[in-house]
Design a protein. Sequence first.
Length: 124
Amino acid sequence: MAATSTRLSGLLGRVLQTGVGVSAAVALLGGSIYLGRHGTSLTEYGEFRGVPHGLDTVRGIVRGALEGRGRWITQFALLILIATPIARVALSAVAFARDGDRTYVAICLFVLAMLLVGLLGGIG
């Protein structure tokens, strides 16, 4: 049981490290693309412009990121960062299920449900 717990802790740590690392790399890519295309543009403060179409939904963000658009790639990096702890909770639930620990599986599934409801409730 102790070896399984140690392996699980190591795996969960790697999931977090990988998620944060990938998110940082994607954000750096998106920021570089955006600055390369718009870095010399002057900002007009006289007129407010809201979020561009497609940058406010997951589908739009993924589509724009696949098209190579800088702001959309940066937003995609934030989605990766948000998905990282969600993946960790899901992985914990699977590990506890394999160990037969129903109490912790139930807790993990409840936390996972709350995370997903919170995330999906904010998606247009």
